[in-house]
Ligand binder design. Structure first.
Ligand code: ZN
Length: 473
């Protein structure tokens, strides 16, 4: 897990693994098709029975399997039947499957993005090419306190989705409905009304509560009020996703507040888009991560997400970078930090920040394959199983039998982001195949236009759809 590899080493490694894999695979075929010599199988021994062939609709052949668990990559096949993965590694498939040549490609679970603002675009039938071409197959919207007004109506009104979509209930929306008079703190009866509305949203499928405590009027929320709202999460299931009160000068105090809320309410916390913004705060990331470690050691389930850029949307006008790259990379490497994009898309699918079109390939290209700052298996883990666990999705984020067939095959020599500050709407390249719930959404680098995404619902109901326990990390 801690071995750092350069791009060259990685590619060399892939080459030798490929050679090894082909050789062993050929050996297997030879063993099956030619009669065994007497010295190999003494007459007294009964050969082990052949496992029965597995029926598949699709097979990715000879890919470098990076399964999402964080375990070492290996060469193998991946079998899909219907919307599920039915076999991984070395197996015999029944004839008739469509074969996808994944030689030289990394095959991994579709990327799950816990931090987005794309629900309106996706629910309106956006084709999501810019997401699929990054390998992204699931978005969680409704972050930073801003969400749809009515979770139930929103989710049931969705006709088609290019990728899977879940949402959070936003504090701003709860507040707007409960506190009619602006510019003051919520009163007890208003907090009670927000709790009731939040409970309704969770019952209808929201994954938790999001806040954006830097923003008006959300910063009027008190710590106590947020604890009381989070107690509803404890009751119905769900997590607290927090854009904390300060990402700059008072970032440490703000992280402490997020931890206090999680601890007092007894709920999991997702600390959104971690950063220590502003030059005078550079270097504070190590302290922020220490606070996370301390809270985790004392039993709080707190994780965070980070995007792979040194500038936020606030920096777009100025052209400056308010985030130190070293700080961002410290976060990216930390075991409790996953990858999220903070993507926003308008109804035409346009973004103002390049992260919506480039975040995942950028991290894979620059920080994993080229600079070796995180390994391939760690990078993929932070984009797949880690976010799946945060969402409580027990059948996504891992290439394993019984899991949903959200699959990406990308070319490690080619994959890169193309979106830049001046041209944020440039598609990434290098993703060759994407499968969403067993349907092909990108074929040989081209989006197919299929709408195979599903509406995802959070909370306690996830326990009921638990097909099998997640095995590894
Ligand atoms: Zn935010």
């Amino acid at each position: 897990m801690t071995t750092h590899i350069t791009r060259r080493q990685f590619l060399l490694g892939t080459g030798s693994l490929l050679a090894l894999g082909c050789a062993s695979w050929l050996g297997l075929v030879a063993g099956r098709t030619s009669p065994a010599g007497p010295e190999q199988t003494p007459a007294a021994e009964v050969p082990p029975p052949e496992p029965s062939p597995i029926p598949c609709h699709y097979i990715f052949r000879h890919g470098l399997i990076v399964d999402g668990s964080g375990g070492k990559p290996y060469l193998g096949d991946l079998g899909i039947r219907g919307d599920r993965i039915v076999a991984v590694g070395d197996f015999r498939a029944a004839p008739g499957a469509v074969e996808i040549d994944a030689r030289g490609l990394v095959v991994c679970p579709g990327f799950i993005d816990v931090h987005t603002h794309t629900e309106d675009y996706l629910a309106a039938g956006g084709r999501a090419e810019m997401l699929l071409l990054q390998g992204v197959t699931t978005h969680l919207g409704g972050n930073c306190g801003s969400s749809v007004k009515d979770v139930g109506a929103f989710l049931s009104g969705i006709n088609r989705l290019a990728i899977n979509l879940g949402i959070l209930a936003g504090y701003r929306v709860l507040r707007e409905a409960a506190v009619t008079q602006e510019g003051r703190r919520a009163r007890a009866n208003e907090v009670a009304a927000m709790q009731e509305k939040l409970a309704g949203a969770l019952k209808e499928g929201a994954f938790g509560l999001s806040v954006g405590l830097e923003y008006w009027p959300q910063y009027l929320a008190t710590t106590q009020e947020l604890v009381e709202l989070c107690q509803v999460l404890k009751e119905y299931g769900g997590f607290y996703a927090t854009h904390i009160r300060s990402e700059g000068d008072r970032v440490l105090e703000a992280v402490k507040e997020a931890i206090e809320i999680g601890e007092r309410a007894g709920v999991p916390v997702e600390y959104s888009h971690v950063k220590a913004a502003g030059q005078r705060n550079w270097g504070k990331m190590a302290l922020v991560l220490n606070l996370l470690d301390e809270a985790r050691r004392s039993g709080l389930d707190i994780t965070a997400d980070v995007y792979g850029y040194t500038f936020s949307s606030n920096d777009l006008g100025s052209g400056r970078s308010s985030i130190k790259e070293e700080d961002m990379l410290l976060a990216l490497k930390h075991p409790a930090v996953m990858v999220g994009s903070d993507s926003g898309l308008d109804e035409q699918g346009r973004a103002v920040h390049p992260r919506a079109y480039g975040n995942y390939p950028r991290i894979l290209r620059r920080y994993c394959l080229d600079q070796g700052i995180i390994t391939l298996e760690e990078s993929v883990h932070k984009m797949t199983l880690m976010p799946a666990r945060r969402l409580g999705l027990n059948d996504r984020g891992l290439l394993a039998e019984g899991y949903k067939a959200d699959v990406v095959a990308f070319d490690p020599e080619v994959i890169t982001d193309k979106a830049t500050r001046p041209n944020p709407n440039q598609m990434a390249i290098g993703v060759r195949w994407v499968m969403v719930n067993g349907q092909i959404a990108v074929k040989e680098g081209q989006p197919t236009g299929c709408f195979a995404g599903e509406v995802l619902k959070g909370g306690r109901r996830l326990l009921a759809i638990n097909h099998r326990p997640v095995a590894t990390s």
